[in-house]
Design a protein around this ligand. Sequence first.
Ligand code: HEM
Length: 403
Amino acid sequence: VTTLREDQTVVLTEFSDVWDAFRRRDLRQGGYDEATVILADCLMVLHGDEHKKRRRLENRLFRRGTFRWWESDLLPGVIQEALAPCLLAGGTDLLDLGYRTIMNLTALVAGVDRPLGTGEETDALKAFTMKFSEGATLGHNLRDRAVVRTEVAEALEKFDRQFLAPSVARRAALLAQLEAGAITEDDLPRDVLMVLMRNVDDLQLGPDIIRREIAFYLQAGAHSTANAFVHAVDEVFCWRAAHPERAHQLSDDRFLQRCVHEAFRLHPASPIAVRRALADVELSSGRTLPEGALVEMDLHAANRDSKVYGPTSDQFDPERVLPDGIPPWGNTFGGGTHACIGMELDGGVPPRDDEPGEHVLGTVTLMVAALLAHGAHPDPDSPPESDPYSSRAHFGRYRVRFA
Ligand code: HEM
């Protein structure tokens, strides 16, 4: 048996090892030990039965029927609200547009009301979310951690006063009306906050935990989707430039969804997932993960494993033929018990000929489709720039113009 010190790390880069490790019970979440200010007792860091109980309840909301309703009733308005000022201006930055769209959608899903429905509220939510995200990635922060922790705790307080407390009060009033028989279950908002408030006793949730869980949802949904959106648009622009004679295919939603899934595979928003081994674990490949080891799963490398995606695994190919049972986005949404709860909301459901009614396009495909429908193209005077503050190969600036 190999023994490792507490601080030693095993890195997994093969698709099959990463896939396998995500599904092992003796590997617990390990990437957020420093991030308790924002993540303590949140779904992402719970393990075993505690995780199962919370996840089962929150899953009630993340059902295909709800996704279809989000997609048909909520999303078109959210996309139009964000896009309208950009169209008027004749151009925009894709990250700004991505955040404006997804911030409002994630707030609706999390249960954070914007009482006035203004852009200022969206900006305020984005600023809070940025700070929460600093808290979630504290382990990698080069600033004084105690200072960052204090800033995050203060942001949580302010967020609570400005957004969360009024959202809780509105839902509490609705629950009172439900109890009095004045409204029915169908009149309650379909969001995470509502689910948590209805199950406070079952889950033993104090107000602090609810506050962190909602803040965590905002940051889990917003950053990954905004970055995924920009990568998807970039890949689509490059593909269109290389295949001008096939550009019409992009108005086929199914083809566009394949493009988005291929971009998800090549550019996982969180390129690494981390676990701690609670016992010796032997993977199917024969590789041993010794008790106490930190296990770093390199999703970026695993998603480009040529043993699974073939010799062109590094390239963007929306017509790639996938082996049976392999998701088009690889490990980008994680796997096993902690697999991303927003996976189908963002990625939709890959079309299946035997279940035509089940097809859901997903938020990112609809965001890209709306952009292309307005003739978006890269701004020739302002080439894209990568984000100098991120080690994650994301864009920091991406200007587009509308035809
Ligand atoms: C392209 C967009 C997204 C990507 C690439 C992504 C990726 C991921 C990954 C890799 C994980 C698992 C992390 C791990 O196992 O350590 C995860 C978990 C999670 N994601 Fe996402 N995510 C996206 C969008 C969203 C959205 C829109 C929401 C919510 C509205 C969301 C909510 C969550 C939650 C709650 C978890 C924790 C699940 C659990 O621990 O049981 N994500 N996501």
